[in-house]
Design a protein around this ligand. Structure first.
Ligand SMILES: [Zn+2]
Length: 152
């Protein structure tokens, strides 16, 4: 019987290998494009992390940048896809909690898996864009919290 410390080390190493395999599998998952209608693998897209600015208010409020939605530019036709989520099935006080927030879950597990992550602080004048709700509509495929009830 190996020493407990050695057993633990082996298990952690095994765990890291499995996490790596999960990431590799996830990076091959595909998003259906709202502009060209083809499926693009996450690992082959560049993702844009948008930011929005809150102006100063009061004495100490605001004057801060916040992360906004993720977007990608379709490699086929250059149209910007906004990756949007709708969790209006959750009461608004509960929406920001991680366990209810499919967008936060998607960002945590998938953002790092895109081929490139571009931080954008001012909206580049992209001539055309579309809303893309594919990930939201296929939450199970991406291992995200599922909708509590069907949208009407
Ligand atoms: Zn496309």
């Amino acid at each position: 019987m190996k020493k407990l410390e050695v057993q633990l080390q082996d298990l952690r190493k095994k765990g890291e290998e499995i996490l790596e395999q999960i990431d590799q599998r996830n990076s091959r998952k595909k998003i259906q494009c709202s502009s060209c209608e083809k499926y693009h693998a996450i690992g082959r897209l560049a993702v844009i992390q948008t930011h929005w600015y809150e102006k100063p208010y009061g004495c100490t409020g605001g004057d801060n940048w916040y992360e906004g939605e993720l977007q990608y530019v379709c490699p086929t036709n250059n149209v910007r896809n906004r990756l949007l989520f709708n969790n209006h099935d959750v009461p608004w006080q509960e929406r920001d909690k991680f366990e209810n927030n499919p967008e936060a879950q998607f960002k945590r597990s998938y953002k790092k898996l895109f081929g490139d992550v571009i931080d954008e602080y001012d909206e580049k004048g992209s001539s055309s864009w579309v809303n893309n709700l594919y990930v939201d509509k296929n939450r199970k495929k991406f291992g995200l919290v599922e909708k509590k009830k069907e949208e009407k």
